[in-house]
Design a protein around this ligand. Structure first.
Ligand code: P6P
Length: 334
């Protein structure tokens, strides 16, 4: 008998959460289970990407530039699962220039829309380093029974109902947050079930890791340079410098910080006045998860979750991590 036979599966957990809200319709639970199904299908291909010849660029271009085949596959999987379900009225994806409305009678009745980055960290696929998927769930502001509209997707991050990510690493873990908390589920590949392995995740208030691509050191605001200098210095109240860990996959960096404490930042740099990361389907979901877990996230001036999106693919500088480390950073940026 597996030693974790008394652990709860993702499906059991979402149904247990549903029981806590007698008036709940079960739509959100069903939506999250659908995302879990899509994650399992993506995971299967991630694990054999090199064998399945889905490495390498397939030539099609997304809004970010060259697309790896796995990006395209993952996008199609999430769309297929969400469209065939009855809990999502439409999606915005990094892989699609425009919103995609599931304009059928059942989907139009759904209360929710999803924004997603099907594969975050595509550059890591060919070198077998962790990659992720990111998703964000909003309650529609438009009339049910009709197709979703653009305003459903352009809500500030504080309006998120749920947000999460999947990290495809040494193990595959699905982490999602609602206002009630952040919980992580590890995939048992032998039976294809996610098991609750990280209940009630809390981001430590401090850590020893900072994630920043040092190639930008001479391109950033002098105040931020002084913060980086602080990170690599030894101060009286901190034994040694922080370790610089930068995985090229925000999901992996932030997952580590969620477990160990740390800070991640991708600021504005030369040629990228708004930074690189996308507000709606990268920064907002990661900021929601981080805040529910006790951390914080800003664009250097404003709370990420308070930003009113103007375009579904708009970018924003991102500073995100442990509460006390973010407080130190803000002291340097002021
Ligand atoms: P760079 C991956 O493409 C991503 O969106 C984030 O996951 C990651 O942190 C960042 O971009 C890496 O960007 O410019 O350092 O390759």
């Amino acid at each position: 008998m597996p030693r974790y036979n008394n652990l709860m599966t993702l499906d059991e957990f979402t149904i247990q959460q549903l029981r806590l809200f007698p008036n709940a319709t079960g739509e959100l639970s069903g939506l999250l289970r659908g995302i879990g199904l899509a994650a399992k299908q993506v995971n299967r291909e991630v694990n054999k990407a090199a064998l399945a010849d889905i490495l390498g660029v397939d030539g099609s271009i997304n809004v970010q530039g060259e697309v790896q085949k796995l990006d395209t596959y993952a996008n199609e999987v999430f769309i297929k699962v969400l469209r065939s379900g009855i809990n999502c009225a439409g999606i915005v994806s990094e892989e699609n220039e425009c919103m995609m409305l599931f304009d059928d009678a059942k989907s139009n009745q759904s209360k929710y829309v999803v924004l997603m980055d099907p594969i975050d960290g595509s550059g890591n696929i060919d070198i077998n380093i962790s990659i992720g998927s990111i998703f964000s769930v909003y309650r529609r502001v438009s009339e049910l029974g009709k197709p979703a509209v653009l305003e459903d997707f352009l809500q500030p991050g504080i309006k998120q109902v749920a947000a999460g990510y999947v990290i495809y690493g040494s193990s595959t873990i699905l982490v999602y947050a609602t206002r009630r908390g952040v919980n992580g589920f590890t995939l048992d590949n032998s039976i294809g079930e996610f098991y609750l392995s990280h209940p009630d995740m809390r981001m430590p208030p401090h850590g020893r890791f900072y994630s920043f691509d040092n190639r930008y050191y001479n391109q950033v605001d002098p105040k931020l340079k002084r913060y980086v200098d602080f990170c690599i210095s030894t101060t009286e109240n901190r034994k040694g410098p922080y370790s610089n860990r930068y995985y090229g996959c925000m999901v992996a960096d932030i997952h580590r910080n969620l477990l160990k404490g740390g800070i991640f930042f991708y600021p504005q740099v030369e040629g990228r006045p708004e930074g690189k990361l996308r507000l709606c389907y990268e920064c907002n979901p990661m900021a929601f998860i981080t805040e529910v877990a006790g951390g914080s996230a800003t664009n250097g001036r404003q709370r990420i979750l308070d930003i009113m999106p103007e375009h579904i693919h708009q970018r924003t500088p991102l500073f995100i991590g442990s509460k006390e480390m973010m407080r130190d950073l803000e002291g340097f940026l002021q």
